[in-house]
Design a protein around this ligand. Structure first.
Ligand SMILES: [Zn+2]
Length: 447
């Protein structure tokens, strides 16, 4: 009998509160629910407590919504042709009913199918992209209606003695996309709606500031070979002085040539104010969407949840994670029951808000980007209006393979990963984890 070490006590530990995330409904066409569950048990040593399913797809709505009609919407064409039954949202609900104790409904709020220049994101140069602006009130109503209709369909379709609708999930990991060109950083969104929001602070002419070059963003963002390198450990209590220090350490500040600390700290003040305003705007939008989706359903205790990256400041979610956890903040209080984020950064637990670990580096960012690319390359409209359309077929396939490898490499599969994190006993705010239901076999089959 060998000696016994502390870690061997952990060997048989069961991790509760694990959820299986199906990030794209197309995945249900290549593998059965039973196979997903089996894989989950093999990976985590316990049954999933619930399943997360999307309520809309990049190519269109999955069900009719009173008052909405998008002529382009292919309405779940892939599932319709596939081998899983009726091929609509109701069929998916029937499929999960009885198989899982809890169902969560997720939405990626960028709605690429809702193409209309009036609602799409615009960068600081005024150039638009085929994604909608999260800050636009009309879009918040639309998202509320999609999520709310899904809630009603799920409530009707689930067998309440076996499966309950446990929560609705806003996936905000990449709502504020960004790009760079020749050292210039272009953030979204600066549509008329967003500009009006920033104008509410009269001390701050955002457009004038950020249309300059170099501007406050250049302190913490820099164009790199693969896109943008960034400083994201910008905590809510960080001083302008510290920002400048970080910027100098990372070499970002060199773009300002011989500007002195006073000038740079002045720019850093504006940067911090921008981050605070973008955070508030995002919080207000999340609250508005949940309110619209769950109106009159208070008695059902459906949890409100967001997925974001576990950074101090998420540049593409517009949120500062620890500011969300600060219950002292009244003005921009995020009214959610749980926050899901990846535990791979400086923040691996929260103090006030319940949280679950999303077991992939960068949370759902890479997973979403992969399926976004898959969907975009199957969409003639998107191919026609983006740079993607210029790529030859084999180049596109190669690019896809790299993305698959990158995403799968970022996944944190297995109990050993959970063992290294603060456990629910150590922090009662930790209520579980989420496992993205993808694997090389499944992804390859799907594309
Ligand atoms: Zn906007």
């Amino acid at each position: 009998m060998g000696r016994k070490f502390q870690v061997s006590n952990e060997r048989d530990r069961i991790y509760q509160g694990g959820l299986l995330d199906i990030p794209h409904l197309g995945l249900l066409t290549v593998s059965s629910m039973k196979e997903y569950k089996k894989r989950f048990v093999e990976t985590w040593g316990a049954d999933p407590a619930g399943i997360v399913i999307p309520v809309s797809q990049a190519d269109g709505l999955l069900f009719d919504i009173d008052g909405i009609r998008y002529p382009h919407s292919r309405v779940l064409s892939q599932l319709r042709q596939a081998n899983i039954g009726a091929g609509n949202f109701n069929a998916v609900i029937r499929m999960v009913s009885g198989e899982f104790r809890e169902v969560y409904l997720s939405i990626d709020p960028r709605l690429p199918f809702a193409l209309s220049e009036a609602v799409q994101v615009e960068d600081s140069r005024g150039i638009g992209s085929p994604r909608v602006c999260f800050g636009n009130t009309k879009i918040q109503y639309l998202l509320g209606a999609i999520l709310g209709t899904a809630v009603d369909l799920a409530t009707q379709g689930l067998d309440p003695s076996k499966t309950r609708l446990a929560g609705v999930v806003l996936d905000v990991v990449n709502i504020w996309g960004m790009g760079a060109e020749q050292g210039r950083i272009h953030l979204t969104c600066f549509c008329a709606n967003c500009k009006a929001f920033f104008k509410m602070d009269p001390s701050f002419d955002l457009m004038a500031l950020f249309q300059d070059f170099p501007n406050p963003w250049n302190l913490v963002l820099q164009e790199s070979e693969n896109g943008i390198s960034y400083i994201d450990d910008i905590a809510p209590d960080m001083s302008a002085r510290r920002i400048v220090g970080l910027s100098r350490t990372k070499g970002f500040a060199s773009i300002f040539k011989d500007a002195d600390d006073v000038k740079l700290q002045n720019l850093a003040q504006f940067l911090l104010r921008y981050i605070e305003l973008r955070h508030n705007q995002t919080v207000f939008a999340c609250n508005a969407i949940f309110k619209e989706a769950l109106q009159d359903l208070d008695a059902q205790n459906i949890k409100k949840i967001i997925i974001m990256e576990g950074e101090e400041y998420g540049w593409t979610s517009g949120l500062q994670l620890r500011r969300l956890d600060d219950i002292g903040i009244q003005k921009s209080f995020l009214n959610v029951d749980e926050i899901w984020f990846n535990p791979t950064s400086s923040i691996n637990s929260l103090v006030h808000k319940n949280y679950r670990y999303y077991m992939c580096r960068r949370s759902r960012y890479l997973v979403d980007a992969l399926f976004e690319r898959i969907d975009d390359s199957a969409d003639a409209r998107i191919m026609a209006i983006t740079a993607l359309g210029n790529l030859a077929g084999d180049k596109l396939r190669k690019m896809m393979k790299i993305m698959i490898a990158k995403t799968l490499g970022a996944m944190m599969s297995g109990k050993d990963h959970l063992r290294m994190l603060p456990s629910p006993e150590e922090n009662p705010r930790n209520v579980g984890f989420i496992s993205p239901g993808i694997s090389d076999v499944i992804v390859e089959k799907y594309i």
